[in-house]
Design a protein around this ligand. Structure first.
Ligand SMILES: Cc1ncc(C[n+]2csc(CCOP(=O)(O)OP(=O)(O)O)c2C)c(N)n1
Ligand SMILES: [Mg+2]
Length: 272
């Protein structure tokens, strides 16, 4: 898939998320739209996976630790063919099975039920350790929020992964600068974030623009190379990227269908 096609996938992903929000009465738009390019790059250009076999032993695993961005995951799972588009259309309706947070027992392709911040990365760490013990060559990708880095449990997982030198674990921090109730570092300053991960034994890279597909694709592909340490990519993103009124604002965190009505999506992954 070339970059133009990937950009199309990003735009379609954002449109599907928008549709779910409109049908369901609202959604975590800010969290979903800062992740779009990262998520689409992983599913369409990086990860080894097979939508016809969600339980394929040799697949790479993706854990959405910031589970409130579930709508973005549902959209990419539909685009890949894990779930029918009909499920997307039923989001928020009585017969629908897609909930505000992802459920591994009801939605094919969801590896771990998440929503309680800090838990997903802990489970991803256990998965990576388990896979290594089995001699597997699969990778575990885990997406966390910058506000999620306030969680003590995240650092327990980070310390564990560093201790066990889990080279098959890749964490991507979606550093959009906001959490649910304000600017992340004004609520609790977590800088210097890169130095903290490095101190826990991780190989750290910073993606200066987490929406720039031309840079994201080679960077995320490089995570497939053998590593002696867990890797974290701190991706600088924009919360609500693509929303003309709400992009870059804390208010984008959760938007109702009334707030979204009339918002015309812009961009499909050409950089900030
Ligand atoms: C353990 C836990 N505490 C609190 C919450 C409530 N909560 C949901 S989203 C959120 C903010 C997350 O911010 P961030 O990680 O930056 O995610 P973003 O939406 O910006 O991607 C919080 C505190 C939660 N889901 N889990
Ligand atoms: Mg954030």
């Amino acid at each position: 898939m070339d970059l133009d096609q990937l950009a199309e996938k990003c735009l379609e992903n954002r449109e599907l998320v928008y549709r779910m929000a409109m049908r369901g009465g609202g959604a975590h738009m800010g969290a979903a739209y800062s992740l779009t390019e990262i998520l689409c790059t992983l599913y369409f250009a990086v990860m080894k996976h097979d939508p016809t076999r969600p339980d394929w032993e040799e697949r790479d695993r993706l854990v959405l630790s910031k589970g409130h961005a579930a709508v973005a995951l549902y959209a990419v799972l539909a685009q890949c063919g894990y779930i029918p588009y009909k499920m997307i259309e039923e989001f928020g309706s009585e017969q629908g099975i897609l909930a505000a947070h992802p459920n591994m027992h009801t939605v094919p392709g969801v590896e771990v039920s998440t929503g309680s911040l800090g838990h997903g990365i802990s489970i991803a760490t256990g998965m990576a350790l388990g896979l290594r013990l089995k001699g597997s060559r699969s990778h575990v990708y885990c997406l966390v929020g910058d506000g999620e880095c306030h969680e003590g449990q995240l650092w327990e997982a980070a310390m564990t992964a560093g201790h066990y030198k889990l080279g098959n674990l890749i964490v991507i921090v979606d550093k959009n600068g906001h959490c649910n109730d304000g600017v992340t570092n004004s609520i609790l300053n977590e800088e210097p974030l890169a130095d903290k991960w490095a101190a826990f034994g991780w190989q750290v890279e910073v993606a200066e623009d987490g929406h720039d597909l031309a840079k994201l694709v080679p960077l995320l592909r490089s995570t497939r190379e053998k590593s002696e340490r867990p890797r974290v990519i701190i991706a600088i993103t924009e919360k609500g990227h693509g929303l003309p009124t709400y992009a870059g604002r804390t208010e984008s965190h959760y938007l109702t269908s009334a707030q979204l009505a009339g918002e015309k999506l812009v961009g499909g992954g050409g950089g900030k």
